[in-house]
Design a protein around this ligand. Sequence first.
Ligand code: IPD
Ligand code: CA
Ligand code: CA
Length: 259
Amino acid sequence: MELLQGIIAVVREAGEIMLNAEHIEETVEEKSGRANYVTAYDKKVQAFLFDRLAGVFPDAAFIGEEKEENPPVSEGYVFIIDPIDGTTNFMKGYCASCISVGLLKDGQPYMGVVYNPYLDEMFSAEKGRGAFRNESKIHVSDHELKEGIVLFGTAPYNEELSKRSFSLAYEFFERSLDVRRSGSAAIDLCNVACGRAELYFELLLSPWDYAAGALILTEAGGKIMTADGKELTYEKKCGVVAGNEKALQVWTEVASDIR
Ligand code: IPD
Ligand code: CA
Ligand code: CA
């Protein structure tokens, strides 16, 4: 528990870098893929987290989205970090981005922290100890999908997935109250975890997008799997679907038929 509190304190401080960022668009650089960018602040937040988290937990290795070469996740403790999840929102001043810090132990989620500094919402979880939004314990909803909200990501950097993503969004729009697209996978997973939405899917994500959120979600009583129904992996990119049990059931029935 002390370790989790240490991570939370560092992440909260890193949130100040996002809140105080100025002239963001002047610092933007392109990355590979469609409409994929990084700002100087993504790099600054990552450097801050690497430095300060090494002080909190010297035994851990680091994986980060903005790092050139990342170590394998299979053994020991590894932090897996998305310094800013929702960079496009961040660039635009849309105020829906977060910091995502997962800690894996021997390849499996052990701790997770997702912080949205704009709302001052700190989501956290430790394996076997439940999930929290600030100090309050959270749980997924038990609503049927037809009484629920569906969140989805467009896998924006992978154009070949757009058509299927939007076909699925349409199918799930018809089976729910409505759909939403926030621009941050980690925030989406936390919003399902605390019962604000019932289902989230995205056809391709990187492990740093979901490592922290996956633990928060499962500790809140939710389920998460790859988009084709397999156990989630933290070693490579995959499609992700998460929700309460009832919503995931509908996904399993419906998604395999949609092209
Ligand atoms: C992205 C966001 C977005 C999702 C993309 C992610 P980034 O992360 O989570 O919502 O649709 O697939 O890559 O690039 O802003 O860290
Ligand atoms: Ca991300
Ligand atoms: Ca990012």
